[in-house]
Design a protein around this ligand. Structure first.
Ligand code: ZN
Length: 426
């Protein structure tokens, strides 16, 4: 009881401290906020591995990543809000780009494939930097989640019961951020900032308009994913055109394109058949058609031997076929190609459990937990490994967490309960 009261007092004090005044990045005026800039950055950082994992990992080519980073920094350096900007190209086929609080910006492989020049890509990136500059994520977090939840997920968990609650809250906040829908006003604000940053960075701001036009024409066939989170009413195109005509005179030397953009796009085109084969395999896996999935993944790897997503899904197929040694080898390959990708680490850890290499499994899975700590399978395999190593308290803790996080359809729930029974818990 006393412990609980102390906990509440500590929370209220931190709540008071956390109401800070910051300088509004756009107007320069002091504004009262709940989240400090540092807290906003920390929350964004916690969601980065989730964003990478949900988009099939980072595109495994340093030259491509460097290109996106350089272009991103060029644009972000025009923002009056200097936070922890980061730029990633993720493997997803979806035509989409998105941002997280405090700086991370993700561009999907599928988006670059439909763009025709560098100013179009600059426009989309600048629009996302606009959302970060105007603190749209922070405003969403402040409005949607109680400050206690936000402080909780920034705190280091102290007791096990509290820890379970915190990881569930973090999962909730991550999902909210990854599907965040902005308001019409926020979109207009991000558009205006996007135009300003591209122009100030020396790019032709009309790139944003031609990108919008592409989205519009795609909508009739298959709406790009970007439209799910960024509604595109006709008047956005009009507003941006009007803004450019009135405020941003056509300067000489505005950059429209670069050779580098086309080199990068050529690379992406040369690997796109490989990624299409991975997409087909993902469908096969969903339908438990593992032999066809294997054929598709072998094809994906033969076209692009660095395809981290292909090794990851092939490891998953081998795991499902109970070929654990092969699952182990492929997940190591994927891990070596992309250390920020959670799924290959999980499959590697699970394969090690199946191969009775419990010490190595604990090492791999505890490390994976640092990337994403709300994944139920991770706790189940950790629980099993700890139990086999004779670490009773760690086994109980992880199995309980696994059961508290599961949707009930993971397939191991019965075994987890039986293990807890054997450990004398239930
Ligand atoms: Zn937007």
């Amino acid at each position: 009881m006393v412990k609980k009261i102390i906990f509440i007092v500590v929370l209220s004090i931190s709540f008071l401290i956390s109401c800070t005044t910051i300088q509004d990045p756009l107007t320069g005026k002091p504004t009262l906020t709940l989240l400090s800039t540092q807290q906003e950055i920390e929350i964004g950082q916690k969601v980065v591995p989730q964003a990478i994992n949900e988009n099939d990992g980072l595109y495994p080519d340093k030259e491509v990543q460097d290109y996106i980073k350089n272009l991103g920094y060029k644009i972000a350096s025009q923002s009056p809000r200097q936070v922890n900007y980061q730029f990633y190209l993720v493997n997803s086929k979806d035509v989409n780009a998105f941002a997280l609080p405090g700086g991370p910006v993700f561009v999907n492989r599928g988006l670059v494939l439909i763009l025709d020049n560098e100013s179009e890509l600059a426009g989309v990136i600048a629009h996302e930097v606009g959302h970060i500059t105007a603190r749209h994520h922070a405003k969403f977090l402040e409005k949607t989640y109680g400050m206690n939840i936000l402080l909780n997920i920034l705190a280091i968990a102290t007791s096990n019961s509290q820890y379970q609650q915190i990881i569930m809250q973090l999962a909730q906040v991550s999902a909210g951020l990854l599907q965040l829908k902005y308001s019409r006003d926020q979109e207009n604000e991000a558009d205006a900032l996007g135009v300003r940053f591209t122009y100030e960075a020396g790019y032709d701001p009309r790139g944003l308009i031609s990108t919008f036009e592409k989205f519009k024409s795609m909508e009739k066939v298959q709406a790009p994913k970007w439209l799910l989170t960024h509604p595109l009413p006709e008047d956005r195109i009009k507003n941006v055109s009007h803004l450019i005509q009135t405020k941003y005179p056509d300067k000489l030397l505005l950059k429209k394109d670069s050779e580098e953009f086309h080199l990068i796009k050529k690379k992406l085109i040369s690997t796109s058949a490989s990624y299409e084969a991975v997409e087909n395999a993902k469908e096969n896996i969903k339908n438990k058609n593992f032999s066809v999935a294997l054929t598709n993944l072998n094809k994906a790897i033969s076209i692009y031997p660095d395809n981290n997503a292909a090794y990851t899904y092939r490891a998953l197929v081998y795991y499902n076929l109970r070929e654990y040694q092969k699952a182990y080898i492929d997940s190591i390959k994927a891990y070596n190609l992309d250390k920020s990708y959670f799924l290959p680490r999980l499959i590697l850890g699970a394969s090690l459990v199946k191969l009775n290499q419990y010490r190595e499994a604990v090492f791999v899975l505890e490390d994976a937990k640092k990337l994403i700590d709300s994944q139920p399978d991770l706790y189940y395999y950790l629980g099993v490994a700890y139990q086999e190593l004779g670490n009773k308290s760690a086994a109980v803790e992880n199995l309980k967490t696994a059961l508290s996080l599961t949707d009930g359809r993971r397939g191991w729930e019965g075994d987890a309960k039986q293990r807890l029974k054997n450990l004398g818990i239930i």
